[in-house]
Design a protein around this ligand. Sequence first.
Ligand SMILES: Nc1ncnc2c1ncn2[C@@H]1O[C@H](COP(=O)(O)OP(=O)(O)O)[C@@H](O)[C@H]1O
Ligand SMILES: [Mg+2]
Length: 396
Amino acid sequence: MNTILAVKQRYGIIGNSELLSRALEIALRVAPTDLSVLVTGESGVGKEFFPKIIHDHSARKHGKYVAVNCGAIPEGTIDSELFGHEKGAFTGAIDSRKGYFEEADGGTIFLDEVGELPLSTQVRLLRVLQTGEFIRVGSAKVQKTNVRVVAATNNNLQRAIADGRFREDLYYRLNTVPIEVPALRERPEDIYLLFRKFAADVAVQYRMPAITLDAAARDMLERYSWRGNIRQLKNVAEQISAIEQSREITAPILSRYLQQERTSSAPSLSGASSFDDMNTERELLYKVLFDMRTDINEMKMMLQQMRGYGVGHPMSSEPRKELAGLLPQPSVSQEFDYAEEVVDEPTVPHSKADMQREQIVRALRRNGGSRRAAAAELFMSERTLYRRIKELGIEE
Ligand SMILES: Nc1ncnc2c1ncn2[C@@H]1O[C@H](COP(=O)(O)OP(=O)(O)O)[C@@H](O)[C@H]1O
Ligand SMILES: [Mg+2]
């Protein structure tokens, strides 16, 4: 049991629920074996911790850990990404290239959103799981690799099998050991803990006081259904932190953030991507606001400092040494107050599309052009981000 606690600490996993501990326990027990593991659970429950934990606690821990989001790779290139290709295998294949299965030889490969794999790729995957053999695209040579596979899926795999979109034999091969990660509503005792953690994280990140909930708000939070699970809870904590001036959150304030979720999320069975889509637009707007606030705070601080230290004020009596990198940070509450006065500055983008474009461009820039990282930051799937980039005509 102590080891479970140590794992939670090491990976920053919050929660005391029995269901979560049981899932972690299975992960630890199966880790030293070479069995395939299938991690299932709704979108946003924290599935991505598990393959890493399994790898780190296996004999392969010094080998490579390769995570692949099967839902983010275009169908046309997925075989080549996974299994590599030979020079000239297709137009544009100027060089040969190793695939992830070759790359991860001796290590672990995490196939996230495995249900998104095209059928033809499923055949190749089944073969490598059964025999350790694969063939690069455009090659005739059979190669060997020694890879442990951990896959993850939301709960749609059964339907995909029924619809003929996912091979049943592959499902059984992947699912040697199932790990079910519980939905947040199945562990209500963790909701408040998680909320406090996320509120504290935002507070540190943006150097402002953490929001707190009064008793009624806490009660409302714990009764909510959380269809987007921990990801959604995190978003809500961040949005409230960003938007609300008051740091003491009451039930009526909280309900504004939860009602929107309720009306916008029609009882959907289709899982991650539709949830993402429905919430993306609103979240983008919040993030734009938040970013503008931060920018404005920074500008205000600069102005203050310039005034305070005599730049443009030759008569100032402030000591000059302060300018040499010793500028004091203004207090947290000061910083937050500045934002309010100037939110209507003319630099505010005009249309919603402008705001979204601005937001995506910023996120890409912040992440050095990495779509994966930008998508994660914007709470959308890479596919959605890709589509938005096209729709909004963003040049990268
Ligand atoms: N128990 C937890 N404690 C802290 N953060 C968590 C926990 N579970 C999930 N998260 C966070 O929630 C977000 C969604 O988790 P993720 O693993 O990406 O979900 P999914 O099941 O959709 O793959 C991530 O930011 C993750 O760090
Ligand atoms: Mg995931």
